[in-house]
Design a protein around this ligand. Structure first.
Ligand code: TRP
Length: 446
């Protein structure tokens, strides 16, 4: 029944795939705007603390469970369950994770589709097709539908090709390009008038905000979304890691890459907004806060690029290709969750599973596109604010309260023989048992 399982061919391959999953719209769009609207570096500091104190332990729980069971989330959680009750919980958490990540992908694909449309806009203007440019940048259901389909086709094609020839191959190509484009764009924006004001807004902490509950909630949501936690994404990627790999080390590298790229993206986006301000573009909303929603990416920044003259065409295409790459390496990690389950537990062939599930998610996206106002925010909030934190909580409970401590240690020791005496084993079990569940619950009930 079970098809032979894929495995990442190297540490680099895994790092690119997992950081590709982690780095997405959440880093380049969500993080900078959250920072700018939550007291600058005060948010950054809280976010860093929460990432390493809460999100990294939860990430490790997923990687360890995944590599131990070498299977998708449903089977993996069932493997470590000890009683009928915990087996039922395992299936529930696994299946709700699959449903949640499918809905996350359904809204993610819409936003990613905008990025592709905006990538083509400067090219259309370059060749003088102003009508096309107008169509590409006007928010219509038809345009959105077309680009949702384009984006989902790319996602399905990569996932059909499997772990090595799909996920790993594309992540190792795309992630280095992403980092390079991000650095070049940031350096360029730094040379423009107004950038230093943005840098100040980004980096000077407003410590009076640090006790603001909203800041805490936003920072924790951001940390869990950004590390793709709760829904089985990292668990499945963990199941493709070699048994010789040192898990605590690769896990911390993924967290560092994720945070590093978020911080770097902040150095690009916030200064770019102030450059736009210096160019006469409105960057504050009626309440005086920085524009953070879709308006930032689809109106403020394009207005800035349009003001830049001919170099603006290059900068705009570089920026939107960056966004598209970030989206794609994340969306493949989402689609992999249901696909791995169907392949392993129901014997469906991978390309068929990718096509059927990808097709279904595309239909959900299209339903949202045509009913945007009632549905979009609802789906975003329900999946990311309700479902994801609770699922993370249950995965922590599985790792800490249900799984046998000695089995966990054996799994970590594979690839890290000295684990028992290392710092990770001194701290992590305690964190995952007490601190993570309590912290998640506290923030959840805020
Ligand atoms: N982490 C990605 C981002 O920051 C999005 C993402 C990928 C994700 N896989 C996920 C979010 C699974 C939640 C769950 O954009």
């Amino acid at each position: 029944m079970a098809a032979p399982r894929g495995e990442f061919s190297s540490r680099f391959g895994f790092l690119m795939a997992a950081s590709g999953s982690a780095v997405g719209l959440g880093n380049i769009w969500g993080f900078p705007t959250n920072t700018a609207s939550n007291g600058g570096a005060a948010f950054l500091i809280v976010y860093l603390v929460l990432t390493f104190a809460l999100a990294y332990p939860a990430l490790m729980a997923e990687l360890i469970i995944g590599r131990h069971a070498r299977s998708n989330a449903v089977t993996a959680l069932k493997t470590i369950a000890t009683s009928n009750g915990s087996k039922l919980l395992a299936v529930t958490v696994g299946v709700v994770g699959i449903i949640t990540v499918s809905f996350i992908l359904s809204f993610y694909a819409i936003v990613s589709g905008w990025m592709i449309a905006f990538f083509f806009d400067p090219l259309a203007r370059l060749v003088g097709m102003d009508g096309l440019s107008q169509w590409l940048t006007t928010d219509t259901a038809v345009r959105n539908s077309i680009f949702v389909v384009v984006f989902m086709v790319m996602t399905v094609v990569i996932i059909s090709a499997g772990v090595k020839d799909g996920i790993e191959k594309w992540a190792t190509r795309l992630m280095p390009s992403l980092i390079l484009i991000l650095i070049l764009l940031t350096l360029y924006v730094f040379t423009l008038p107004g950038a230093m004001d943005g840098l100040r807004a980004y980096l000077i902490p407003d410590f009076s905000r640090i006790t603001d509950p909203q800041l805490l909630i936003d920072a924790m949501g951001q940390a869990f979304f950004s590390l793709s936690l709760g829904v089985g994404t990292m668990l499945v990627y963990g199941s493709y890691i070699s048994k010789d790999e040192n898990l605590p080390v690769v896990g911390s590298l993924v967290a560092l890459l994720d945070v590093g790229i978020a911080v770097l993206a902040g150095l690009l986006i916030v200064p770019a907004m102030y450059v736009a301000l210096a160019n006469g573009v409105e960057i504050f909303d009626e309440s005086g806060a920085l524009i953070a929603g879709p308006g930032l990416i689809v109106s403020v920044l394009p207005a800035l690029f349009n003001n830049m003259g001919s170099i603006g065409i290059l900068v705009a295409s570089a920026f939107f290709i960056l966004m598209t790459i970030a989206s794609l390496t994340s969306s493949i990690s989402m689609l992999e969750v249901p696909v791995a389950y169907s392949v392993e537990n129901h014997g469906v062939r991978r390309p068929v599973a990718a096509l059927l599930i990808g097709g279904t998610i595309t239909i959900i996206s299209l339903i949202i596109v045509f009913n945007f106002d009632p549905l979009f925010d609802l789906v975003v909030n329900f999946t990311t604010e309700r479902s994801q934190p609770l699922l993370s909580l249950f995965i922590c409970i599985f790792a800490a309260w249900i799984w046998k401590r000695n089995d966990i240690l054996q799994e970590i020791k594979s690839g890290c023989p000295e684990a028992e005496n290392g710092i990770f084993w001194k701290i992590w079990p305690f964190y995952i048992k007490f601190i993570c569940p309590v912290a998640i619950l506290v923030v959840y009930f805020q």
